[in-house]
Design a protein around this ligand. Sequence first.
Ligand code: NAP
Length: 245
Amino acid sequence: MLMQGKTAIVTGASRGIGAAVAKKLASMGASIAVVYANNRDAAEEICRQCAEEYGVRAASYACDVSDFAQAAETVKLIRRDFGNIHMLVNNAGVTRDGLVAAMGEADFDRVLDVNLKGAFNMIRHCARAFLVAREGAIVNISSVSGLMGNAGQANYSASKAGLIGLTKSVARELASRGVRCNAVAPGFIRTDMTGELNEASNRLAQSIPLGRFGAPEDVAEAVAYLMGADYVTGEVLRVDGGIAM
Ligand code: NAP
């Protein structure tokens, strides 16, 4: 699918899965707004790669997506710079792992605020533009932890399960105006978030039916598919090597 003339916002696109998604959509011709939290140099580098390798417009925006006002201001700036927005990928996410019996309130709140409320904030501030244009596609990056649960990740699993409910409600609410909303649920993907997936995690890799950890590009392929899948909404697409089937 060609995306010339379309603009995509990708949150958490300075690194990992978000960076791969930004580059994939750029390779298909989309202009890219890279949203990041702190890592300005990395975000600028992704923009440079999108522009030089694929000849698209790309710009970066520092924004804590958990902050309603900052998210609003960022969407406003992106619309000023790019005009209409056509795609939104809610990928920014954090972990603060710990056993539930000892988990601090701040760790629970921060993970819910970034992973779930952050996606709500961005959808909330893009929704009107999508509705007026009668066009738009949203992909939320959930996780198999949101489908299966995961010991030590009560906060993270709750945020990712919440994203699935958010996805389906938004899909139902916006469908009549031609706006779609889907989710991708990755399994174990090699990024900074998963850290060193090596010797200690060999047993884990063996428990994955396809026998390997995923790459950010595996998730990016699924996001690109959902962006172009005109008759698919409210779907949760696992990209997990089969671990959660
Ligand atoms: P990562 O390498 O840790 O990158 C996280 C990205 O999110 C960075 O770009 C970071 O920006 C940004 N970010 C963090 N907090 C933010 C905030 N408050 N506002 C805006 N941006 C923020 O993570 P990843 O592994 O690529 O994961 C990306 C998404 O996939 C997350 O939602 C994660 O939960 C999900 N996921 C990952 C895996 C996996 O195995 N890796 C599996 C399932 C789901 P800075 O660079 O500026 O800090």
